[in-house]
Design a protein around this ligand. Structure first.
Ligand code: BES
Ligand code: ZN
Length: 853
């Protein structure tokens, strides 16, 4: 980011808060345009801070009605970001500050603070939304016990903690656990509960509820099951039990993110919790399960132990992502989960880390914290924990976590605290490892091999590329998991973790009878780019024989990328190594169908653009698009003889179940249908659409038909069938943009956005269309520049209403340095046009500025 931006907040400026806040009593008198919030803050000077300081409270967009200290009215000084009470107006010891403010939730389109969605009140306070509700020290290291009274005629009134009283028109809640304001939540509406129950290992009976709008009750069962599974898993694997008598989840339609872990009252985007076989795909089911787990796991990693300041965001997010990944792997398949996670890491985090928005897992400055809920903080943050676990071993990881929970429960902690726990448990010095937290950029690891006198030597070298604001970096500690195979495919050296700690290091393997084939970076043991040109025959060998499932998949991936790159750059024909290897895998019934489906998925266009750019080429989006389709057709022709049988074999009989085995079969069936469609003009996919009794297969076959330029009848049928269903209709919007031919994408977007049901103020609907626009690589990067212009138009339009969502979606432009001069100029031009907009939000202006810098 521009280092001189006057709005910059720095980690090095951290100071403890002037006061300690023990208890908070809040009263909400709800009204769409004039909600009154009364706050009583029990304050005292903070012994850990400098004495005699003024009292500063954050507050934005609040109309102050009254303010009193110990019952005496006082006159604070107000400005655009808060309120100050001079030290002279304050008692020397403890005191109670009372404020009353008025806010207007109905007009809150930013969906931060207290807002309304379909007649229901709800809140989103992370990271700094509580200051839009009342005057408060809105920072995570100020932790207090909350008591909340809600007054409203609406039937369901919810807040954090345990219910302590209710009557006609009111309810009171008390949360015994001290928490920062970002975990506050309030919900009021006409809601229906899907109830459940869980008894913790400590014997506590917990009432569970998923609250939804009337009509959505039938879509809660899966989420409830996922919640119980998460509670049981956290007890079994981390020894952590739930700590209140009630756990509520609420589904809301208007939500910027996926979900939020408010203490005892998680709030979810409807699409991240509602699921039924008719309306949700297998991917949706898996996502709901993972996100319920994620938010639940925050109860210990985030809520009981929170972050000292927002620079430490990865302390809770990286760890919680790591935990939800472990959970999904345990419940489903570790191999498949790892491949999916790495696909996502490369698509989003490597892309970010290699571009103008690169930043450290723990950044040391920001302008708008909402811009730092990134793939780097989340996904790389989780990878760093995976590496730590690999380095210290499972037993010491478990001991370190026990110590972490013991030592820091009830505290607001830092990355230093986190690393210290591992140092104290293992005696290891983690100062070099800490670079993973403080230095941005994806390390590049190159490999040289030597074979002489029965000794096989691997020489690994690392390079840490410069990133914005960080030119020089030190060598990292990189765990490189390696296994060696005999030429006949037997494993002669099982997985061994090599610790690369220097710029260049050699590792020798002795006593081998023949030159082995190395399987390097097994399980993707570190988030690095392996720079190694491997002969096609060796990749094909690993694709056939590697005992590490991740690297087996990776071998096919590498082969496919090499083949595609040659097709794009030289117009080469697809080689037999790849097609034969994939054919063997596709029909190998000993392998998990989900794994086979993943192996048949070709590298995406954006991935190929990044790969070509890294190899020194200037990617041409149109050529990538056509080459990828040609490869898909070649694969279809190579597999043709076996596809009809495969498609039949993968039909899952009986009632729909979203379990991993059934989902894997459906994924492989759809892969087969997608290939078949290239050969039979979609006849089989059309039949599959007509026969489908679940969303996975009906939506999957619809997408296949649209992709080959067919499916208009099915698209119309789908629209009629799902007219009134907002979540399914989002899919209908998105798939048309995703499947549009590059030349038509802009027209399709213009047509869809002109529809009356394109409710662009709803983030899900906006993302369905505008997110799909930037996701259509060849369309977005169309030589006309229309894709860029359209995205910029919509971001400029959305920004004044919802800066968070506009800002997040602007990252579509971060890849500008990869492309040719014309496209670069157009992408930068779009960013400059955004920058030049008057009244631009801090969110979007920081992002556009960083991308242009
Ligand atoms: N704490 C976040 C939600 C959040 C993000 C609040 C940004 C405010 C700003 C929550 O725990 C989260 O990480 N949600 C993710 C999903 C999760 C499965 C990674 C999300 O909403 O995308
Ligand atoms: Zn989270």
């Amino acid at each position: 980011m521009p280092a001189d931006d006057p709005r910059t907040i720095r980690l090095s400026d951290y100071q403890p808060y002037s006061h300690a806040l023990d208890r908070v009593e809040l009263t909400f008198k709800l009204h769409p345009t004039a909600t009154r919030v009364l706050a009583r803050l029990h304050l005292a000077p903070n012994p850990a801070a400098r004495t005699g300081q003024d009292l500063r409270l954050d507050g934005e967009g609040l109309r102050l009605i009254a303010c009193a200290v110990d019952g005496q009215a006082v006159q604070p000084s107000l400005d655009a970001t808060g309120l100050t009470l001079a030290a002279a107006l304050l008692p020397a010891g403890a005191f109670v500050l009372e404020t009353e403010v008025e806010i207007a939730p109905e007009g809150n389109t930013a969906l931060e603070g207290l807002y309304m969605s379909n007649g229901m009140y709800c809140t989103q306070c992370e990271a700094e939304g509580f200051r839009k509700i009342t005057f408060y020290p809105d920072r995570p290291d100020v932790m207090a016990r909350f008591h909340v009274r809600i007054e409203s005629d609406l039937p369901v009134l919810l807040s954090n903690g345990n219910p302590v009283g209710q009557g006609v028109g009111w309810a009171e809640w008390d949360d015994p656990w001290p928490k920062p304001s970002y975990l506050f939540a309030l919900v009021a509406g006409d809601l229906r509960a899907h109830p459940g129950q869980f008894t913790t290992m400590e014997g506590r009976d917990v009432g569970l509820n998923i609250w939804v709008r009337p009509g959505d009750e039938g879509r809660c069962a899966w989420g409830m099951q996922a919640l119980k599974a998460s509670m049981a898993w956290d007890e079994k694997v981390y020894g952590r039990a739930y700590d209140l008598d009630i756990f509520n989840i609420v589904a809301v339609d208007d939500f910027n993110m996926g979900a939020m872990e408010n203490k005892g009252l998680n709030i979810f985007n409807s699409k991240a919790v509602l699921a039924s076989p008719e309306t949700a795909t297998d991917d949706d089911f898996a996502r709901v399960e993972a996100i319920i787990a994620h938010e639940y796991f925050h109860n210990w990693t985030g809520n009981r132990i929170t972050c000292r300041d927002w620079f430490q965001l990865c302390l809770k997010e990286g760890l919680t992502v790591f935990r939800d990944q472990q959970f999904s792997g345990d419940l489903r398949s570790h191999a498949v989960k790892r491949i999916e996670d790495v696909l996502m890491l490369r698509a989003r985090q490597f892309r970010e880390d290699g571009g103008p928005l690169a930043h450290a897992v723990r950044p040391d400055s920001f302008v708008e914290i909402n811009n730092f809920y990134t793939a780097t903080v989340y996904e790389k943050g989780a990878e760093v924990i995976g590496m730590l676990k690999r380095l210290v071993g499972d037993a010491d990881y478990a001991r370190a976590l026990d110590l972490y929970f013991d030592r820091h429960d009830g505290q607001a902690a830092t990355i230093e605290d986190w690393l210290k726990v591992f140092e104290d448990t293992t005696g290891r010095d983690l100062s070099q490892f800490k670079r993973w937290y403080t230095e941005a950029g994806t390390p590049r690891v190159s490999v040289a091999e030597d074979w002489a006198d029965g000794v096989y030597t691997l020489t690994l070298a690392q390079e840490n590329p410069a990133t914005p604001g960080q030119a020089q970096k030190g060598a990292k500690v990189i765990p490189v998991a390696v296994g060696l195979l005999n030429p006949n495919g037997d494993e002669v050296v099982p997985t061994t973790v090599l610790e690369l700690t220097e710029a260049k290091q050699s590792f020798a393997f002795k006593g081998l009878a023949s030159r082995p084939v190395a399987s390097i970076l097994r399980g993707f043991s570190a988030p690095v780019i392996l720079e190694r040109s491997v002969p096609a025959a060796e990749r094909a060998f690993l694709l056939a024989h590697d005992t590490d499932p991740f690297n087996r998949w990776e071998a096919g991936r590498g082969l496919a990328k090499d083949v595609l790159a040659r097709m794009i750059v030289d117009g080469a024909a697809p080689g037999a190594d790849l097609l034969d290897g994939l054919a063997r895998l596709a029909f190998d019934e000993a392998l998990d169908p989900a794994f086979r489906a993943l192996a048949l998925r070709l590298p995406g266009e954006d991935d190929m653009a990044a790969t070509l750019h890294a190899a020194g080429h200037v990617p041409d989006p149109a050529r990538i698009y056509h080459a990828r389709r040609a490869l898909h057709l070649a694969l279809a022709e190579r597999l043709a003889a076996g596809l009809p049988e495969l498609e039949l074999a993968c039909r899952v009989p009986g009632a729909f179940s979203p379990d991993a085995a059934a989902a894997g079969k459906r994924a492989l069936r759809l892969a087969a249908l997608g290939l078949l469609a290239r050969l039979d003009d979609g006849a089989t996919a059309r039949a599959a659409y007509a026969a489908a009794d679940n969303m996975t297969e009906s939506f999957g076959s619809l997408a296949i038909l649209l992709d080959i330029g067919a499916g208009q009848a099915e698209l119309a049928d789908f629209a009629v069938k799902w007219q009134g269903d907002r979540l399914v209709l989002d899919k209908w919007f998105a798939v048309q943009v995703a499947a549009a031919q590059p030349d038509n994408v802009a027209d399709v977007v213009r047509r869809l956005t002109a529809r009356p049901d394109f409710d662009w103020k709803n983030p899900n609907r906006f993302r369905a269309v505008i997110g799909a626009l930037s996701g259509n690589h060849a369309g977005f990067h169309h030589a006309s520049g229309e894709g860029y212009a359209l995205l910029a138009d919509w971001l400029i339009k959305l920004d004044p209403l919802n800066p968070q969502t506009a800002s997040r979606m602007s990252t579509a432009f971060e890849s500008w340095p990869r492309y040719d001069a014309d496209r670069q100029a157009m992408m930068r031009g779009a960013l400059q046009r955004i920058m030049a907009t008057t009244g631009l939000s801090r969110d979007l202006s920081e992002m556009a500025g960083r991308m242009l810098a």
